[in-house]
Design a protein around this ligand. Structure first.
Ligand code: F6R
Length: 241
């Protein structure tokens, strides 16, 4: 595990964007694993800037997102498909057919998980997987559990996650209670994993996940075992390490 300590959110975002840019330049048809949430927004902004400057070409890039809320349509402004369109895909030349997000409206959840696992199998292994970190240690929506789930599956969101994500909805009541998420086995199979973390509110869980025992009770702790994991954090998030 490598740690890149940065002064602030913007510097963190540039470091993460550097790794992704290098990947896209070195392997134009690479597969990127992408995350949503506040943490990678700055990273995506830098990628968009570099695309606009003519330094990056996404025309052959494939993407696989980590997760999606159950019950939200792609047009819902809090769905993760909407987030990706708005914060990245609509601003770069990625082929829409090459972008993948679980379908939160699928009637048959098991079939949707199987379909997503097939997509991952066809496009994988992921070259670089981007992650954020939940306050309870979740990655993707793999919440604290008794085991590390391997493949795409349905999860019940914890109260901590519902509370944390309520800031994007009118109230906590409107936050979906379930999500579809890529499994930890898939994340661990990515050739490289980068995590962006910022803010004092993440310091405690960063310490727990990366200096504590490896346990499914803190899902991110498994990343200590990944052969090429890079933690990119600002001073506040890394302050307890
Ligand atoms: C998002 C995701 C989540 C977030 C995590 C941190 O696709 O999978 O694991 O990365 O909840 O969210 P932020 O960055 O908003 O603090």
């Amino acid at each position: 595990m490598r740690i890149i300590a940065t002064e602030n959110y913007d510097a963190m975002s540039r470091q993460a964007a550097n790794i992704l840019s290098a990947q896209v330049i070195m392997k134009p048809d690479c597969t990127l694993g992408l995350a949503t949430g506040s943490s990678p927004i700055g990273t995506y902004k830098v990628l968009i800037e570099r695309y606009e400057q003519g330094d990056l070409d996404f025309s052959q890039v494939k993407s696989i997102n980590l997760d999606e809320y159950v019950g939200l349509s792609p047009e819902h402004d809090q769905s993760y498909r909407y987030f990706m369109q708005h914060n990245l895909f609509d601003h770069i030349n990625i082929d829409p057919a090459n972008t993948n997000v679980p379908n939160g409206l699928a009637k048959d959840v098991k079939a949707e998980c199987d379909r997503y696992n097939k997509v991952i199998e066809e496009l994988g292994p992921i070259d670089v997987q981007v992650l954020g970190l939940g306050h309870d240690g979740h990655i993707g929506f793999n919440e604290p559990a008794e085991d590390f789930a391997t493949l795409t599956h349905l999860v019940d969101l914890t109260d901590v996650t519902i509370e944390a994500n309520a800031r994007f909805f009118a109230s906590a009541n409107e936050v979906p209670r379930q999500a579809l998420t890529m499994g930890i086995g898939t994340i661990m199979q990515a050739k490289k994993v980068i995590m962006v973390v910022s803010g004092k509110d993440k310091a405690e869980i960063v310490k727990k996940a990366f200096t504590g025992p490896v346990t499914p009770e803190v899902p991110a702790s498994i990343l200590q075992m990944h052969p090429d994991f890079v933690l990119i954090g600002d001073q506040d998030a890394l302050s307890l390490l």
